[in-house]
Write a protein that binds this ligand. Structure first.
Ligand SMILES: C=C(O[C@@H]1C=C(C(=O)O)C=C[C@H]1O)C(=O)O
Length: 133
């Protein structure tokens, strides 16, 4: 299901913007019903955020994969792992797109893409069959 269709479903299910609930529906559900509608909207929006966040995490994994390939190739050829000039270009793209916080985000992403493949805390323990996951 696409993000757009989740949003459409939400609009149909709980009534947003021009598709607001009728007075009759409001009377039928009462104040508690209105609260429930609000909760429904929040739940749908939260699911959309969860889905977006999963995609962002997946994209960072993909980015790490490609970045590692470049870094390893350069190392094999006797070059350095990192190239500051290129990193400045990357940081600038995030800053242009997101403002000052973009710089912090780019820096974190570059750091993630420098080390071993990022993994969830406890993932290594899970592989070894240890508790805490
Ligand atoms: C991927 C590269 O190697 C390193 C990693 C970078 C990145 O993850 O964007 C950028 C510059 C280098 O420090 C590259 O040179 O493009």
């Amino acid at each position: 299901m696409t993000q757009q269709s989740i949003g459409d479903l939400a609009a149909k299910a709980v009534g947003t913007g021009s598709v607001s609930a009728t007075e009759a529906e409001r009377q039928a559900t009462g104040p508690a019903g209105v609260d429930r509608q609000e909760l429904d909207r929040q739940e749908v929006d939260r699911r959309e955020i969860d889905s977006l966040d999963s995609r962002i995490v997946q994209l960072i994994h993909e980015r790490h994969h490609v970045s590692s390939r470049i870094q390893q190739r350069r190392r094999r050829e006797g070059g350095p792992r990192t190239v500051l000039k290129r990193e400045m270009v990357v940081i600038d793209r995030y800053r242009q797109g997101l403002g000052p916080e973009g710089t912090a985000l780019a820096t974190a992403i570059l750091r993630l893409c420098r080390g071993p493949a990022p993994e969830a805390p406890g993932a290594a323990n899970a592989e070894r069959g240890e508790p805490g996951t």
